[in-house]
Ligand binder design. Structure first.
Ligand code: HEM
Length: 105
C-alpha cells in the first residue's frame, strides 16, 4: 500500500478492506479518470453541474437552470482531452530562472 493516496488505502468499516483503486490524475493522485476530473472541474471551476453527477432535472446551485451539462457533453469534453498531447516544459536558460522561448519541446 506504500505510495497510494489516502482514498485508496482508507478502510471504511472493519469488515471492508482498502479499495486499492489506482487514481492516476492530479498531483495528489486522487482522481480515477478523465471523466471524473471533468465532472469535478466543471462544477468547482465553472459552476456547471453535470447531469450524471447531480441528476437530471436537478438544480443543486439554485441558479434556476437545470441540465447544465449532459452526459453527451461530458463524453465529448473527456474524449477531446484524451486526444491532447502531454504538455511540454519550459527549462530555464540560467540559474536565475529566465525562460527560453519555445521551451524544450
Ligand atoms: C478556470 C478553470 C480551471 C482551473 C483554474 C483549473 C486549474 C487546474 C489546476 C491548478 C490543475 C493542476 C492540479 C493538480 O495537478 O493537482 C489542473 C489540472 C487539470 N485540469 Fe483543470 N482547471 C480548470 C478547469 C478545468 C476543466 C473544466 C477541466 C475539464 C474539462 C479540467 C481538467 C483538468 C485536467 C485533465 C487536469 C490534469 C490533471 C493531471 O495532471 O492529472 N480543468 N487544472
Amino acid at each position: 500500500m506504500q505510495g497510494l493516496p489516502r482514498p485508496s488505502v482508507v478502510v471504511a468499516t472493519a469488515a471492508s478492506g482498502p479499495s486499492l483503486i489506482i487514481r492516476p490524475w492530479r498531483q495528489s493522485g486522487s482522481v480515477v479518470s478523465l471523466r471524473d476530473i471533468t465532472n469535478t472541474s466543471f462544477n468547482q471551476h465553472h459552476g456547471i453541474q453535470t447531469t450524471e453527477r447531480f441528476g437530471v432535472g436537478a438544480d443543486p446551485d439554485g441558479d434556476g437552470i437545470v441540465n447544465e451539462m449532459t452526459r453527451a457533453d461530458v463524453t465529448a469534453v473527456t474524449v477531446w482531452q484524451a486526444t491532447l498531447p502531454v504538455p511540454g516544459r519550459l527549462i530555464p536558460n540560467d540559474s536565475a530562472g529566465k525562460l527560453r522561448a519555445g521551451g524544450d519541446r
